[in-house]
Design a protein around this ligand. Structure first.
Ligand code: SF4
Ligand code: SF4
Length: 288
């Protein structure tokens, strides 16, 4: 695609009806008809070499830039362009920024109670609804072309567009082949092999691992050894937002430098080590 996108799909807003009210496209735009989802994939080598600077031949930064930060900017540019074109045809269209910190922005005051980070609109659920991919056990969208290795963005629009077909997990998530590689890879046990959460879309039930959002945040923010950073801060007994922000202040100077340059997030091992879609299983050399 000339825009730089690798995939695009269209979801009818009715597919969001069983989800939380405040993440429904019509919560923002009562006349919305569709969510458009755009994705850009990144290369396998970025995942192959991911690791800390303590490991020979490993680098966390290609993922941080080309698997995360830069892709979010690229997708934002494409989303605004699509929204502008649709408005020239008379369809109000709202690009939704990629989540990262925004997943904490709206619900900030409640996070210590809910312990759950939610975006303004779940772009992963939108990608499922658009037929671009399906949920993996790792809580990520797996697509037929890139497995877990892509970033996504959504545009809510009044235009009615041809919906994609839902994809079911069996083809793309195969725990019996990979041995729950995502759960094993997680440096902080935020994922669980035997406890699932589920939700319903279009009458179909999807299941994937429960996720401890605060534990995962600790690693995404590079606060633990094994998350890709040089920082290691002991986990508090119960993580609060205050703990996370105090821990940020204690980050190793070089990690602070990466953040200042926009190299975010750190962890992502459940993404890097997921062998979908081709299930070429390779032994991953990194330790927790
Ligand atoms: S991003 Fe890291 S900490 Fe979070 S679930 Fe994946 S492997 Fe675990
Ligand atoms: S690592 Fe295995 S179990 Fe986990 S999401 Fe990928 S295919 Fe599914």
């Amino acid at each position: 695609m000339a825009s730089g996108a690798d995939m695009i799909g269209f979801a009818p807003v009715e597919r969001f009806d069983a989800g939380p009210e405040k993440t429904h496209p019509r919560y923002y735009m009562p006349k919305a008809r569709s969510a458009i989802v755009v994705g850009i994939g990144y290369t396998k080598a970025i995942c192959d070499v991911w690791g800390t600077y303590e490991e020979e031949g490993r680098l966390p930064t290609p993922y941080m830039m080309f698997g995360f930060a830069q892709l979010n900017w690229e997708l934002s540019r494409i989303a605004l362009k699509i929204a502008k074109v649709l408005e020239t045809f008379g369809f109000r269209s709202l690009p939704i920024p990629p989540s990262y910190a925004l997943s904490r922005y709206r619900y900030w005051e409640d996070l210590d109670k809910t312990k759950k980070y939610m975006g303004d609109l779940s772009i992963k659920h939108a990608a499922l609804a658009a037929g671009l991919g399906t949920f993996g056990w790792n809580n990520l969208i797996l697509t037929p072309s890139f497995g877990a290795r892509q970033r996504l963005i959504a545009i809510v629009t009044e235009a009615q567009l041809e919906p994609g077909e839902l994809i079911f997990p069996e083809k793309l998530c195969k725990p019996e082949s990979c041995g729950y590689a995502c759960v094993k890879a997680c440096p902080i046990n935020a994922l669980n092999k035997s406890k699932a959460q589920e939700f319903v879309m279009d009458g179909c039930t999807f299941r994937y691992s429960v996720l401890d959002h605060n534990l995962c945040r600790w690693c995404l923010d590079g606060l633990k050894k094994g998350s890709g950073s040089r920082t290691h801060i002991e986990l508090p007994e119960k993580i609060t937002q205050d703990d996370i922000h105090k821990a940020h202040a204690k980050r190793a100077l070089v990690d602070k430098g990466l953040y200042a340059m926009g190299f975010i997030d750190f962890c992502g091992k459940c993404m890097h080590q997921c062998p979908s879609p081709d299930f070429e299983i390779t032994t991953y050399p990194n330790s927790k």
